[in-house]
Write a protein that binds this ligand. Sequence first.
Ligand code: GAR
Length: 195
Amino acid sequence: MTRIAVFASGNGSNAENLIRNLTCGKVVLLLCNKPGAYVLRRARQLNVPTLIFSREELENPDSRNSLSKTLQNNKIDFIILAGFLWKIPEHLIRLWPGKILNIHPALLPQYGGPGMYGDRVHRTVIQNAEKESGITIHVVDPLYDHGQIIFQAKCPVTGSDTPETLAAKIHDLEQLHFPKVADRYISQTLKAPAV
Ligand code: GAR
């Protein structure tokens, strides 16, 4: 069975969707950097073990409870970032090359990078009078919101949209597509001959 770890920082609607609907494997661990985040309650209700970690544990592979050791001990095959707001350090990318996915609530390469997350993205898209926005699912590389794009879906942005109404459209796209796209990518990656 393919073992998947999901990283999340906040509400966790995407994490819950993945836990409920991925078919290519099982979410065996939910990792969160914020004690008290609602995602922790969602995971516990779905009987997924949770772990809260510090920046030191994420960034320093030699720290006592380093995340790289935790993930290796749990025999994690793939990592999915579902509303996770810290940058993934290079040592994790080297350990899981091409095996870390992220979802971003805009059409990358626009509206990405440090500080561009959640409602801030939607506010900026509206301020710039964009006619469309959407979601991007991409492979994580050492740069923030960068890496091979594997899927995008678009929605219209109208003059009457607010950050809240745009967030709702993006949420619908995320709920519709994320598990299916992750399933397809993981299955194809597992089938690809090792290089
Ligand atoms: C989602 O819209 C996700 O795309 C976004 O945070 C939201 C989390 O919602 N991610 C980023 O902004 C990453 N740069 P959720 O906690 O309900 O899944």
